[in-house]
Design a protein around this ligand. Sequence first.
Ligand SMILES: C[S@@+](CC[C@H](N)C(=O)[O-])C[C@H]1O[C@@H](n2cnc3c(N)ncnc32)[C@H](O)[C@@H]1O
Length: 211
Amino acid sequence: MPPRRTKLSDRSSRHDRAYTKAKHEGFAARAIYKLQEIDQRFKLLKSGARVIDLGCWPGSWMQYTAGKVGPEGRVLGIDLREVTIALPDFCEAIVGDVTEWSPPAGETFDVVLSDMAPHTTGDRHSDQWRSEELCRRAIEIARQALRPGGHLVVKVFQGGAFPELLRELRGAFQEGKAYHAENTRASSTEQYLIGRGLKASASLRAPAPAT
Ligand SMILES: C[S@@+](CC[C@H](N)C(=O)[O-])C[C@H]1O[C@@H](n2cnc3c(N)ncnc32)[C@H](O)[C@@H]1O
């Protein structure tokens, strides 16, 4: 008799395939395929775009983004951990905590990405709460950094504050929706919030410093 296959095992083997594929294709993490899936669906990353990547370590989203924006663009990543992979010179990865960091004043960005995840404790509620706090901070940074019309992608582990975060996103962007990437573990509560077209009225961009 042939072995029985469940939906769950299909999904986890797809996850393992993504890991092997990422290694084979020279990407730093399988997370690359989530961004690729989101970008193909929502068409966010264009040649020449200026992009911030929050929670960028080990660097697969920076690698993908660099390939999309090219040398006319800029990719600025930040993470608690140092990115050690080689990246093109229009990419910059800094070490820092987004709760204490603000985007460079006087620079304007087209897209903010956040794949940030808290160090998980195993306590689902506390992990969700900390993820929601990081998501809230990513929305704030997007409002500080983006030009009006710019876009945001932000990961969040769905918990009690999720409806409020979605409302906040929709208040700041022309279009806001939640998206569950196919390349996600079946057991995960992970969602991506996609905000397209920052409203001018939601911009918190600081004026350029006087020279
Ligand atoms: C899932 S990983 C990101 C993977 C990355 N997108 C890639 O493709 O290589 C989540 C990252 O969020 C970072 N992170 C969590 N809290 C942070 C904070 N307060 N400031 C900066 N980075 C943070 C973690 O250090 C971790 O490296």
